[in-house]
Design a binder for this molecule. Structure first.
Ligand code: PLP
Length: 427
């Protein structure tokens, strides 16, 4: 039987990789080198001028990083990718490519707290401006668009609430206004949701979470969907205008459907510099090999835990879109039929003090700031990540005094529930 295209689990193991042609090494080597020897001066000149593809310097590209890029591009169904040092670095390079001073973009309000800070504070220093829209009302994105808007940004599955977003409806609005839709697919991963299939133009990830999956390496990636016309409006000069430093070539004209990934590399990564280390790229590649197995187990465990919490009399509410009757359940079924992800929040009847005692009483589940590890993780936002906010602000951010966020791991679910149970009894 012939197959046109390998399946997802096959791509997770093989995409981008081949036995090393020199040594026969089956696993992608860690190319722990800063630089690569040129064949001669002609070769060097053609690499620097973008007339030939090849390795120059690990800040710009590296063979270990290249396998990671090809693999994630294949899993997402994009044309090319660029791996960088962290999820935040990926977001920085995307907007560096899209924006000029004075421009703005419209972002969903339901977002990872670090992204809210990056967009709302640090980006101001570049004179880039964010306008917040109501994630659950796609029309609220449209009313914020003006002549200086250059993109719309959403998370496919929002952190920390664990709610799915109507990607297709927001993509339709973006395209009606000639804008690209950028989707952070960190929480869902391409195992659950492939945003390009719903109209996204660019996908970003924090590889630090489920893709790496083992809590051991920071990384981020930008994936180019290859479908956006960067020359149509004249508003994306980094892509459509001739580049003086590259002998006057225009990146979109020269590189076509992978021009965005190239621009992020040869302008943003070259000049801003947040390269991923070859070692981290290797660790994340290894993690991705088991992504389909891990993600399904994460989702199955999370659903079992959510059901158990819902039935517990110390718990006032559970927000998990995988539960029948949850307000987000219909979108979850539509966008992510395989599962509802592993990160969700619930409320304790005992409020702030109970939340603190509960987190401190856990024995196996780790109290820390990350998500998407094999290990189950917990945080009480009101006493940690959101403690500088007023009680009203905490509640608006979904981090009220009673809220606990869980990232459910792939341990035996009975052990996860046993740990929650003993700590709830003490809280
Ligand atoms: N996007 C989401 C959804 C995240 O949860 C995070 C980190 O928690 C980031 C982006 C930022 O990624 P990093 O910590 O790798 O910079």
């Amino acid at each position: 039987m012939t197959r046109n295209k390998p399946g997802f689990a096959t791509l997770a193991i093989h995409a981008g990789a081949a036995p090393d042609p020199t040594t026969g090494a089956r696993i992608t080597p860690i190319y722990q080198t800063t630089s690569f020897v040129f064949e001669d001066t002609e070769h060097a000149a053609s690499l620097f001028g973008l007339q030939a593809f090849g390795n120059i310097y690990t800040r710009i590209m590296n063979p270990t990083q290249a396998v990671l890029e090809e693999r994630v591009a294949a899993l997402e169904g994009g044309t090319a990718a660029l791996a960088v040092a962290s999820g935040h670095a990926a977001q920085l390079l995307v907007f560096h490519t899209l924006m000029r001073p004075g421009d703005n973009f419209v972002s969903a309000r339901k977002l990872y707290g670090g992204s809210i800070n990056q967009f709302g504070h640090s980006f101001q220093n570049f004179d880039w401006h964010v306008r917040w829209a109501d994630t659950d009302r796609p029309e609220s994105f449209e009313s914020q668009i003006d002549d200086h808007t250059r993109a719309i940004f959403i998370e496919s599955l929002a952190n920390p609430g664990g709610t799915f977003v109507d990607i297709a409806a927001i993509a339709a609005i973006a395209h009606r206004h000639g804008l690209p839709l950028v989707v952070d697919n960190t929480m869902a991963t391409p195992y659950l949701v492939r945003p390009f299939e719903h109209g996204a133009d660019i996908v970003v990830h924090s590889l630090t979470k489920f893709l790496g999956g083992h809590g051991n390496s920071m990384g981020g990636i930008i994936v180019d969907g290859g479908t956006f016309d960067w020359s149509a409006s004249g508003q994306y000069p980094a892509l459509s205008e001739p580049r003086a430093e590259y002998a006057g070539i225009a990146l979109h004209q020269t590189f076509g459907n992978f021009a965005f990934a190239i621009a992020c590399r040869v302008l943003g990564l070259r000049d801003l510099g947040p390269a991923i280390s070859p070692f981290n790229a290797f660790q994340i590649l290894t993690g991705i090999e088991t992504l389909p197995l891990r993600m399904q187990r994460h989702c199955d465990n999370a659903l079992a835990v959510a059901k158990w919490l819902k039935a517990n009399d110390k718990v006032s509410w559970v927000n998990y879109s995988g539960l029948e009757g949850d307000a987000n359940h219909a979108l979850q079924k539509r966008y992510s039929p395989s599962g509802a992800g592993a990160v969700f929040t619930f409320g304790l009847k005992g409020g702030y003090e109970a939340g603190k005692r509960f987190v401190e009483g856990l024995e196996m589940i780790s109290h820390l700031a990350n998500i998407g590890d094999t290990r189950s993780l917990v945080i009480h936002p009101a006493s940690t990540t959101h403690r500088q906010l007023s009680p009203e602000q905490q509640t608006a951010a979904g981090a009220g005094p009673d809220v606990v966020r869980l990232s459910i791991g792939i341990e035996d679910v009975a052990d996860i529930i046993a740990d929650l149970d003993q700590s709830l009894a003490k809280a």
